[in-house]
Design a protein around this ligand. Structure first.
Ligand SMILES: Cc1ncc(COP(=O)(O)O)c(C=O)c1O
Length: 307
């Protein structure tokens, strides 16, 4: 479903609420040419107490952190971006939605150096269902190990959520889909497992949980962090600072992806190797995750910003 089929009409841009169709930028915008933007993907869930944005503070923190390597200054305070986002959701009467804040070098010159290009900021919010398909959460997905490697963190800071990085994600994901898979797994430069194009990955073996460490060229995912905490609270041993070799994917008892868009999605096949239906650990953590975000539990209320 494209934006034109959605009941949305407002975007917050550079300090003002504007009509959806008026949220325009110049074709010579620096960020368009060189990928010099940073962004977030955040979900807001429909709960008994109204719409609630999940881990907004952490997403905002990562947005400002992502600007650091690029010496980009967001000309708005955290409070201003928070108020803009909540008001945007209220104005459009959204219940559950996806929120996309973005900051990028704008229009002034087109040298690779951004020079005096202003930092422009926009926030959009729209309804967005299951990212990897309706049946994915229950039945799991087939994934392909991509022939594209993830850029090393010595080449581009992989812990910053930068727009330019996503050409790698697009190449990997489209390669997988062309070959009949729903999503890709991307290896890092060393050939170990990094993550999905827009997801972190978890592996279950002998009742313990493993996920690549932050030095494996991954994004420090907020859902990753959430799932680690939920798993530890349930007594699982979580190894979150390990390298995972490609072959370990094939021998895993269970595999799943996490992400703000993908939530907790089981993986049932890697290349030609069957991992199996959604396993018990994945199911337990997935259930815990949805109980949490849909507020069927009082736990971790500090992770929610009620609209
Ligand atoms: C490359 C990449 N890895 C991991 C993630 C998962 O991060 P999060 O759980 O914060 O959405 C995302 C999505 O933002 C991503 O784009």
């Amino acid at each position: 479903m494209g934006f034109d089929d959605m009941d949305v009409d407002t975007i917050w841009m550079d300090g003002e609420f504007v009509d959806w169709d008026d949220a325009q930028i110049h074709v010579l915008t620096h960020g368009l040419h060189y990928g010099t933007g940073v962004f977030e993907g955040v979900r807001c869930y429909d709960t008994e107490n109204g719409p609630a944005v999940f881990r907004w503070e952490e997403h905002l923190e990562r947005l400002y952190d992502s600007t650091q390597p690029y010496e980009m200054e967001i000309p708005f305070s955290r409070e201003e971006l928070t108020e803009a986002t909540m008001e945007l959701i209220r104005r459009q009467d959204l219940e559950s939605c996806y929120i996309r804040p973005i900051a990028f070098y704008g229009y002034d010159t087109l040298g690779v150096s951004p020079g005096d290009c202003p930092t422009q900021v926009a926030i959009a919010a729209w309804p967005w269902g299951t990212y990897l398909g309706e049946d994915a959460l229950e039945n799991g997905i087939k994934v392909m190990v991509s022939s594209w490697r993830k850029h090393s963190s010595s080449q581009i800071p992989t812990n910053a959520k930068t727009t330019g990085l996503y050409v790698n994600s697009m190449l990997a994901g489209e390669e997988a889909r062309r070959n009949g898979y729903r999503e890709a797994i991307v290896l890092n430069k060393e050939g170990n497992v990094a993550e999905g194009p827009g997801e972190n990955i978890f592996l279950v073996r002998d009742g313990e949980i493993f996920t690549p460490g932050l030095s494996e060229s991954i994004l420090d995912g907020i859902t990753r962090n959430t799932v680690i905490e939920l798993a530890e609270e349930r007594g699982y041993e979580v190894h979150d600072n390990v390298s995972i070799s490609r072959g370990e994917l094939n021998t895993a008892d269970e595999l799943f992806f996490t992400g703000s868009a993908a939530e907790v999605t089981p993986i049932r096949q890697v290349d030609n190797v069957e991992i199996g239906e959604r396993g018990p650990v994945t199911e337990e953590l997935q259930q815990a995750f949805f109980d949490l975000v849909e507020r069927r539990t009082d736990d971790h209320d500090e992770w929610f910003t009620y609209v």
